[in-house]
Design a protein around this ligand. Structure first.
Ligand code: KG4
Ligand code: ZN
Length: 333
């Protein structure tokens, strides 16, 4: 079965074709980063309009790259939430309409399930059951995953998501949007332990997270430094911040492995691209006699491949939607 996947929940237009026998056939992504950069964040109205402009040409492109015509597509999957409603509307309406016109089933995909399953696109995919750490710009969640669709929330952020904390701290340090990857790059030049921030919530039981207090601690530390900040000061603060976030994520992931007895940890979402996080989690899992699986770097942040994959699994399980399109700005997994 070949499934066309469409992602448009935020500022990336992603389209891909996944074949349940041959794997990922093609994928294409248009990032709107440049469009939103001058505003310092995603402008929903601009995002929707740009999805309208990019989406159908990307569909043509992925079909051509896969050497397929529309008759070869057996199903269409699209993200229906969580995300920006106007942006979701574009991908969902396009996907639903294509399925209707092509006479194939359509399936609605939860964006976070897409992230969660992204490591399944790799040559050595993880096997169920596992613990998943989802760390994106909008979510930070630990989930016990028994099988496709069998998810139990173990813990989540009580305030900012990890990616959001990266982005806000990056802004504070004067880095351009989107700041997460920029901050991570800057941290590589940082002097360890010049700034030591307490890893939030690690002294409390449970598996929840909180990142807004850390952001405030960073702001206070920055306020004590001479302005304008030197490049070294910024790098040192960036490293202190990143170390505290990574430590908090690592401690709660260990707890989740111990609480569930699972040995496999899956980490996905934009922040799973972070090198320091990967190193810390790999070390922790080795001590727990476990193993960590990540998506390819191309599929850590938003993309169409993860939606095509998740949609294909849902279609294989017999799911499909009627002609109504229902969107969810917020949507628990
Ligand atoms: O999953 P994603 O593309 O979008 C959402 O669904 O939110 O995640 C984007 C988030 C942003 O906050 C971005 O700054 C962060 O992932 N991010 C990173 C890195 N790459 C992306 N944060 C830290 N280190 C990175 N290397
Ligand atoms: Zn995402």
């Amino acid at each position: 079965m070949r499934v066309l996947g469409i992602e448009s929940s935020c500022d990336e237009t992603g389209v891909a074709v996944y074949d349940t026998e041959r794997g990922l056939l093609s994928h294409a992504l248009f990032s709107q980063v440049k469009l939103h950069a001058e505003y310092g964040g995603v402008v929903p109205e601009l995002a929707s309009r740009d999805h309208v402009r990019r989406l159908l040409p990307l569909v043509d492109q992925v079909l051509a790259e896969a050497g397929l015509s529309r008759q070869d597509v057996d199903g269409v999957a699209y993200t229906t939430g969580p995300g920006l409603l106007g942006a979701l509307m574009v991908g969902a309406m396009a996907g639903r309409s294509l399925a209707l016109a092509w006479g194939v089933p359509a399936v609605a995909v939860h964006h976070m399930e897409g992230h969660l399953l992204a490591p399944m696109l790799e040559a050595e995919p993880p096997a169920f059951p596992f613990v998943a750490l989802l760390v994106s710009g909008g979510h930070t969640q630990l989930i016990k995953v028994e099988a496709l669709g069998r998810y139990e929330l173990l813990g989540e952020s009580l305030d900012d998501a990890a990616g959001e904390a990266f982005d806000k701290t990056a802004k504070l340090l004067g880095l351009p949007y989107p700041g997460g990857p920029e901050l991570a790059r800057l941290a590589e030049q940082g002097v360890p332990e010049r700034f030591v921030f307490t890893a939030p919530m690690i002294d409390r039981p449970g598996m929840d997270f909180s990142f807004s207090g850390l952001k405030t601690a960073v702001r206070q530390a920055v306020a004590r430094l001479p302005t304008p900040l030197s490049e070294q000061d910024r790098a040192d603060v960036a490293l202190g911040f990143q170390t505290a976030v990574v430590r908090a994520l690592e401690v709660k992931c260990r707890r989740a492995l111990q609480a569930t007895g699972h040995r496999t940890l899956v980490v996905a979402g934009g922040v799973s691209a972070n090198t320091a996080l990967r190193a810390a989690l790999d070390r922790m899992a080795a001590k727990e006699r476990g193993r960590v699986y990540y998506p390819d770097l191309r599929f850590c942040t938003d993309n169409g491949a993860m939606i095509a994959y998740a949609g294909a699994q849902r279609l294989l399980a017999g799911e499909q939607v009627d002609s109504a399109v229902t969107l969810h700005a917020r949507w628990p997994l």
